[in-house]
Design a protein around this ligand. Structure first.
Ligand code: COA
Length: 425
């Protein structure tokens, strides 16, 4: 079976999380992703949050599967010479340096396009054109600037960032879509183009419903928010909604048996309108089926606290898994709050390849998140991340087709750094 992106060569100039998320996906789909790293140091995440001495961190390994690594000092003329050769033969250059870095390297869009008109140049930056375009940005800055933090958390508390890496990994996903779209366009136009994703834009795209609510506010209170039923007036901007569900089907996180000691003994419960009668039967409030104060969705909105309080009395009588089993018999939408430990141990996620065990020569076995996008004719085979510069020689010889003399001159110049020691696998 061939891989969907087989034959596509990526000059992967990414680091940290946003760019590597994108190129890892492309690698999983079969692209040949050649990661260019600074000799001796590499992607800074190799050494960040290290848990095993001298081994690449999980931060790095979990974002750089299925790639090759070549070390090149782009501040060395020979290093730049090699880079330009890579530009000539690659389909896509992906980067997420700070604004201006690529231009300082001499890799302007104009010059890149001249040298290889088919090259797609894909970039992540913190902000698009505007007052903040020159700023360096990390995950949480993007969450704050993209509307996520102001709408996450409880009304009475401060803005909150979320554990999901919507700024970094979210933007990497957006970029990957931009790249495959540009690759498709190139099949008609024959030309590459620039693909730009700003992290602020990516987060805002994921917060689309909150911009929706901002405009609804002009026409009255947001009746699905708990604060509506509590009689708390709305201000000028969309407030934080706690665990209220944003859509038309009110939901809430409710305690289950064991919540006093287990921080994750909770279930998300949705009072979906079509199954309201089943909910009444399950919790033993048959009267709510016909009582005009409870029977219709609009009637229920002002009393969500009371209704969820009653449902919680019921959920607290069983574990989140028992509640899940029972509620699913009635098609009542709900979901247990799963801890990372529970997710790591979940059999079905292992079976689908969403959670995979990978072996690494320096750290041994570790768990990773596999490809969440499943293609029926292009299955993903997750391979360990490369050691720093592990494929330098291989790429110079087999990909760039340099002869021994040229490779020797490059090595001699120090452009590739010292040859890495590869542990026996
Ligand atoms: N050889 C030699 N030098 C190299 C190199 C190589 N192979 N690769 C990179 N460099 C140099 C660059 O030329 C640059 O030097 P310069 O400033 O002298 O031109 C330098 O490394 C630093 O790059 P920079 O991107 O500024 O790194 P940083 O660690 O200071 O900033 C970020 C990190 C993430 C804040 C920044 O890259 C950024 O804002 N990126 C865009 C947004 C983004 O993706 N953020 C999320 C990250 S998960």
């Amino acid at each position: 079976m061939s891989k969907a992106l087989e034959g596509v060569k990526i000059l992967d100039f990414t680091h940290v999380q946003s760019g590597p998320t994108c190129t890892q996906l492309l690698a999983w789909f079969g692209a040949d992703v050649i990661k260019v790293e600074r000799p001796g140091a590499g992607d800074i995440t190799r050494g960040q949050l290290r848990d095993v001495p001298d081994a690449d961190s999980l931060y790095f390994t979990m974002l750089n599967h299925n790639k090759r690594s070549i070390t090149l000092d782009t501040k060395n003329p020979k290093g730049m010479e090699v880079l330009w050769e890579m530009v000539k033969i690659c389909d896509v250059l992906v980067e997420n340096f700070a604004p201006g870095v690529l231009d300082r390297m001499g890799l302007t869009w104009k010059k890149l396009h001249e040298v290889n008109p088919r090259l797609i140049v894909a970039s992540v930056k913190g902000f698009g054109p505007g007052p903040y375009e020159d700023c360096k940005v990390y995950e949480n800055v993007a969450q704050c600037a993209g509307g996520s933090a102001s709408t996450t958390g409880f009304r009475e508390g401060p803005p909150l960032v979320t554990g999901a890496q919507i700024g970094d990994s979210g933007t990497g996903l957006h970029l990957a879509l931009g790249i495959v779209t540009a690759l498709y366009h190139r099949t008609h136009s024959g030309l590459g183009q620039k693909v730009d994703c700003a992290m602020q834009d990516g987060v805002l795209n994921l917060c689309r419903v909150k911009l929706r609510d901002q405009q609804r506010l002009a026409h009255g209170p947001l009746s699905e928010f708990s604060q509506f039923g509590e009689g708390v007036p709305f201000g000028e901007a969309v407030p934080r909604a706690g665990n209220d569900s944003g859509g038309g089907q009110p939901g809430r996180i409710l305690k289950c048996k064991g919540w006093e000691t287990d921080p994750n003994a909770y279930i998300y419960f949705i009072t979906q309108a079509p199954v309201w009668e089943a909910i009444c039967d399950v919790i033993g409030e048959q009267g709510w089926k016909t009582d005009p104060g409870y029977a219709t969705p609009p009637a229920r909105l002002p009393r969500l606290n009371e209704i969820f309080g009653r449902i919680e009395q019921w959920t607290m009588t069983m574990t989140k898994f028992e509640a899940m089993d029972l509620l699913n018999q009635y098609d009542i939408p709900c979901g247990p709050i799963l801890s990372m430990k529970e997710i790591a141990e979940e059999k079905s996620l292992r079976e689908t390849g969403t959670v995979v065990e990978v072996d690494h020569p320096k750290r041994g076995k570790y768990l990773s998140v596999g490809n969440p996008i499943k293609l029926s004719n292009s299955p993903t085979d997750v391979k360990r991340s490369p050691l720093l510069g592990e494929h330098t020689e291989e790429v110079l010889r087999d990909v760039l087709k340099f002869d021994e003399n040229r490779i020797a001159a490059i090595t001699e110049s120090g452009a590739t750094g010292a040859r890495p020691r590869v542990a026996a696998e």
